[in-house]
Design a protein around this ligand. Structure first.
Ligand SMILES: Cc1ncc(COP(=O)(O)O)c(C=O)c1O
Length: 480
């Protein structure tokens, strides 16, 4: 045991023993996850109240800390990795990726310049090339890894802003016209967040309506852009979505690209979820027209079995992105190679707001290699099959109906009847501890949504979720 007050890190022997203990803890968690309630029963504050409000003066032993992991922390965890967790877009850990995370944590390097860890940079460059090819984007696109799609989008729109107002980096927006961004009513809220961050105002996001299949109404987009030009505003960018958050609908990117060309507007394709579909030959159509975009985001942490967080912004204008963000302070000059993103001696710090960057590529490299293209394809295809099976159960039932066409791994449906019943079903399913689904609103009505993307989900788990949903629909006084 470490002497109280000893300096330095844990002694090697003690650390080795703890690593073995932690490995057992991790393996047991993974093995036993299906026996756990997915959602904990804790009330707000239940965890915090067990933690001291100030860091205690005295060091705690690792034994105590690891006991507290089980005693204090675990009761407040939602088990996203549970195969019956079908909320949001499932981001699942998996064995190879977990080993990659462990290696990255052990190394703890910063991939800010090539020189600060060549392997971290070069692995990142290679892995994003794999992903670019997997999602069928042409070689003209360069990929940059960020934590999330929200952050990647803000970077893409920063470049669009500099295109519209070339002096924006140096002088800000003095004398600039009003810059407008368009996205469908189904597009992700990260569009507004990016505009807030860039100082362009969420009020300058125009939400365009959708058709029956929840795709952006291109005629309405045309009218909105024309109207804004007439009013003296500048259409800065359009965000098209391939796999919307609620229903996984796919916008007509090619038609939208044509409008962007007419207005010299930046086209961003949010393929955070849906890009993975293009890994399948039968799914390639989803990326139709995406090669015409200025930027495209794909989140391997959504449907490519890379755990949180790992998002790739692909752009045909990496040099413009660098021109917007690159600042090399004196103290970093010795380690800055200044290579372009297409070369391998690239300094990724030049392509965004972040300086320190985790070695994220390691987990992606391990996860993707361990699957291979065929393993990736078969899992994505199986998730689509499971979604179709679930949609079949909905269609065959008298109490439920589909709320939107099933797409990719997403099925939106509703209990026939009022919104309150559907809200109650979500609440009851979660409260059961056996399954997890979410709700969404489609054409103004509350609907239920399952998102299949967990590497461990099988048809047996799906049947359990369907049972929980049907049990949740049994009317009681409170739901009537
Ligand atoms: C279509 C789509 N785009 C973007 C995002 C934002 O993703 P992130 O959490 O990586 O910022 C989401 C989140 O679910 C999404 O569904």
């Amino acid at each position: 045991m470490t002497e109280p007050g000893a300096l330095g890190d844990l002694p090697p022997d003690e650390m080795r023993a703890l690593l073995h203990r932690m490995a057992d803890w991790m393996a047991s968690y993974r093995e036993g996850i299906e026996d756990r309630r997915i959602v904990p029963t804790v009330a707000p504050g239940a965890i915090a109240s067990q933690l001291p409000s100030l860091l205690p003066l005295d060091a705690a032993s690792m034994d105590t800390i690891l006991q507290d992991l089980d005693r204090v922390v675990m009761p407040g965890v939602v088990h996203w990795g549970h195969p019956a967790f079908l909320g949001y877009f499932g981001s699942t850990s998996n064995g190879p990726a977990l080993l990659g995370e462990m290696a990255a944590a052990t190394l703890n390097v910063s991939a800010m310049t090539w020189a600060t860890s060549p392997a971290a940079t070069e692995l990142e460059s290679r892995v994003v090339e794999w992903i670019r090819e997997l999602v069928t984007l042409p070689g003209a696109f360069t990929g940059i890894v960020y934590d999330t799609a929200s952050v990647g989008l803000a970077h893409a729109l920063a470049v669009a802003r500099s295109r519209a107002v070339p002096g924006a980096r140096a002088e800000g927006m003095r004398g600039a016209p009003r810059l407008v961004v368009y996205a469908s009513s189904e597009a992700h809220s990260s569009v507004e967040k990016a505009m807030i961050l860039l100082g362009l105002g969420e009020g300058n996001v125009v939400r365009v309506g959708v058709d029956d299949a929840m795709r952006m109404d291109v005629a309405a987009l045309r009218s909105a852009m024309q109207r804004d030009v007439t009013d003296g505003a500048r259409p800065m960018a359009v965000v098209a979505t391939v796999g919307t958050t609620s229903t996984a609908s796919v916008d007509d990117v090619r038609a939208i690209a044509e409008l962007c060309r007419e207005h010299a507007a930046w086209l961003h394709v949010d393929a955070a979820y849906g890009g993975a579909m293009a890994v399948l030959p039968e799914g390639r159509w989803v990326m139709e027209g995406a090669g015409l975009a200025d930027s495209v985001i794909v989140n391997p942490h959504k449907w490519m079995f890379v755990p949180l967080d790992f998002s790739v912004l692909f752009t045909r204008h990496a040099e413009e992105l660098r021109a917007v963000f690159s600042i090399v302070p004196e103290y970093l000059e010795g380690d800055a190679a200044g290579g372009a993103a297409a070369d391998y001696a690239v300094d990724y710090m030049d392509y965004g707001i972040q300086l320190g960057r985790r070695f994220r590529a390691l987990k992606a490299w391990m996860a993707l290699r361990a699957l291979g293209r065929s393993g990736l394809e078969s899992r994505i295809r199986e998730h689509c099959r499971l979604a179709a099976v679930f949609a079949g159960w909905v269609r065959a039932s008298e109490e439920f109906e589909l709320a939107a066409p099933p797409s990719m791994g997403v099925v939106c449906f509703r209990a026939r009847g009022e919104d309150a019943l559907n809200e109650e079903i979500v609440r009851r399913v979660k409260a059961s501890g056996r399954a997890y689904i979410t709700h969404t609103r489609i054409h103004g009505r509350t609907c239920l949504r399952v998102g299949i993307g967990n590497i461990a989900t099988t048809e047996v788990h799906l049947a359990g979720v369907w049972d929980a949903v049907r049990a949740g629909a049994v009317r009681t006084d409170s739901a009537d």
